[in-house]
Design a binder for this molecule. Structure first.
Ligand SMILES: Nc1nc2c(ncn2[C@@H]2O[C@H](COP(=O)(O)OP(=O)(O)OP(=O)(O)O)[C@@H](O)[C@H]2O)c(=O)[nH]1
Ligand SMILES: [Mg+2]
Length: 561
């Protein structure tokens, strides 16, 4: 992956200074990265970053006036001899039998107090700590004041504990002086397992070819050239390479000078940590890509999700019921009054679903929490369609993300799946389906229906009364006529006909209005269901995408030297 850390990885900074504040800002960026990805990426991938943040915090809080330099190398290369020669005391046993040094020894130049907490943290036992007081040598040693030199066990030891100790300490010290000897300088262990691993710590790495006295003056430059070539292959181009002779003070001058410069600069601790940040950032590189990901799930996938949610929520069943309920209610309000009562006996289709009844009353919100409706449960097909739609949302949202992230996005999209059925049901129950108010035209038509029915009843009554009087031989009523037709007959037949005609004319209008009511309800329900999808599916996805963006920015900041 070509990315942000490439530049950092390749540049050898040599004696470039590391600014403490800039380093702290980079460490903060690593911390921000860890916060952003917490719970989203596998913990195992984050161990080095957590270790760095913890170690760096402690190292910076401890003495910054001390520089911890470790002598590391294969057994018999002369680490202890160099340690003693630099200290000018026999502090660490030098042996013929191998391995000799089993525990780390430390020599502190200057007072021990400031160094003790550092050595406690590094884990050097008090009985293996020595002090090189400058008082003994007048001012000879002041140039090394602040140096804490460690003599490590051998890393190629037959003793596993030695190797573990070395590996632990190499992670903590500020600078490493790799000690090799003419016999073993090309050994694969030191190059493959150690030097190569330190290629991001070139500016705190020194390589020493010890026992230079064992080589003829003609061989020494050849061996040094060969070693330099091997170091280049290890990625350690440009690191200081010195030759030393531990048994001769004159053979120590170069190394001593290098140490004095390191101590004077007070940069090793910062450079080491900067190298650690480089290593960690490079290791995390795979986890974040360089392309800026989409801000959220794409529209097509969201449309698909909303359709699937509407299906699972029973929106089609509810809208069907709305259409029927409209017809039912409109029929009851505008139908022929003589059959209206019979219509009312039939249950309201929305009531059957436990949705707002004929008066448009909304479900009590408190009641709707437990909910709710009797909308049929989603079928297996609807459930699997919803699962697929959620997956599609996650897949589309994660398209540009590196391999570590799609899993986190999918988990986020599914994280509230269990809460969805209740939420959808509550939403359906709480949606105003638009049947709350009776339209004015229902009332007008209903009123006219009553009038014509009343006319028919009056006509009927009039006729019945006329027959009754005639049957009893009483004087007949005076029946006025409209044209040729007697008025009571006209009232009766006209009323009946007008009622039936009005009912027939109203029916298509009701059907059309019912379809409109259905469309309106569908729109409202879909909008509400989409809000549920947004809250329960899309928001968790957006949170992960936001975390990804934060992680990416944080890592970019951490990579910036
Ligand atoms: N001729 C010569 N002999 C040396 C030199 N440095 C160390 N030696 C000898 O090499 C042997 C091993 O030296 P040590 O200092 O014990 O080596 P070490 O790296 O500490 O070995 P371990 O503690 O076993 O890891 C000893 O006999 C030293 O006297 C040197 O520069 N020249
Ligand atoms: Mg030793």
């Amino acid at each position: 992956m070509t990315n942000i850390t490439g530049r950092v990885r390749e540049a050898f900074r040599g004696d470039q200074r590391v600014d403490a504040d800039a380093l702290i800002a980079r460490l903060d960026a690593v911390r921000r990265f860890l916060t952003a990805v917490d719970g989203l990426l596998p913990d195992a991938e984050l161990v080095p970053a957590h270790t760095l943040v913890e170690r760096a915090g402690t190292r910076l809080a401890l003495s910054r006036d001390h520089t911890v330099v470790a002598l590391a190398g294969a057994t018999g290369s002369g680490k202890s001899s160099l340690f003693n020669a630099l200290a000018q005391l026999e502090l660490s046993p030098v042996g013929v039998r191998r391995p000799t040094t089993g525990v780390t020894h430390a020599c502190v130049w200057g007072p021990l107090e400031g160094a003790n907490r550092l050595l406690d943290w590094i884990g050097v036992l008090p009985r293996h700590r020595f002090v090189r007081e400058s008082a003994l040598d007048a001012d000879d040693e002041t140039a090394l004041h602040g140096l804490i030199l460690l003599d490590l066990p051998d890393f190629d030891s037959v003793q596993r504990s030695h190797r573990l100790e070395v590996d632990r300490l190499l992670g903590l010290v500020d600078q490493v002086v790799w000690v090799v000897d003419p016999q073993k300088y090309a050994d694969r262990v030191i190059h493959d397992s150690y030097l190569r691993e330190f290629h991001r710590h070139r500016d705190v790495t020194v390589v020493v070819l010890n026992q230079a006295d064992r080589l003829t003056p003609a061989d020494l430059p050849r061996v040094l050239d060969d070693l330099r070539r091997l170091l280049d292959t290890d990625g350690l181009t440009g690191v200081p390479l010195l030759s030393t002779t531990a048994i001769d003070p004159a053979g120590m001058v170069g190394l001593r000078g290098a140490m004095e410069r390191t101590v004077a600069e007070r940069q090793a601790a910062l450079r080491r940590l900067a190298g650690d940040v480089d290593t960690v950032v490079a290791g995390l590189d795979e986890l974040v890509g360089s392309a800026r990901p989409a801000g959220g799930p794409d529209d097509r996938a969201v449309d698909g999700l909303n359709r699937a949610l509407a299906g699972a929520a029973g929106v089609p069943a509810v809208t069907e019921a709305v259409e029927q309920a409209y017809r039912h209610r409109a029929g009851a309000a505008t139908g022929w009054p003589l059959v209206r009562g019979w219509r009312r006996l039939r249950p309201d289709p929305l009531r059957r679903l436990h949705l707002p009844g004929p008066t448009g009353d909304q479900t009590d919100p408190a009641e709707s929490l437990v909910a709710a409706t009797s909308v049929p449960d989603p079928t297996a097909a609807q459930r699997s369609a919803l699962g697929l739609a959620i997956r599609a949302v996650a897949d589309r949202a994660a398209t540009d993300l590196p391999a570590a992230w799609p899993g986190a996005v999918t988990s986020a999209a599914r994280s509230r799946l269990g809460d969805l059925p209740d939420a959808l049901d509550r939403t359906i129950a709480g949606t105003d389906l638009g049947l709350g108010r009776r339209p004015l035209w229902w009332r007008i038509v209903g009123g006219v229906q009553w009038l014509v029915t009343l006319a028919a009843v009056v006509g009927l009554g009039w006729l019945v009364l006329g027959y009754a009087l005639r049957a009893l031989g009483l004087p007949a009523l005076d029946n006025p006529k409209v044209g040729q037709v007697p008025l009571p007959t006209l009232l009766l037949l006209g009323g009946l006909l007008a009622g039936l005609l009005l009912a027939a004319l109203t029916r298509p209008v009701v059907r059309w209005a019912a379809r409109r009511a259905r469309a309106r309800a569908e729109q409202r329900l879909t909008a509400k269901v989409a809000l549920v999808g947004d809250e329960y599916v899309l928001t968790p996805v957006r949170v992960v995408l936001g975390s990804y963006a934060q992680a990416r920015d944080a890592l970019r900041d951490a990579a910036r030297r």
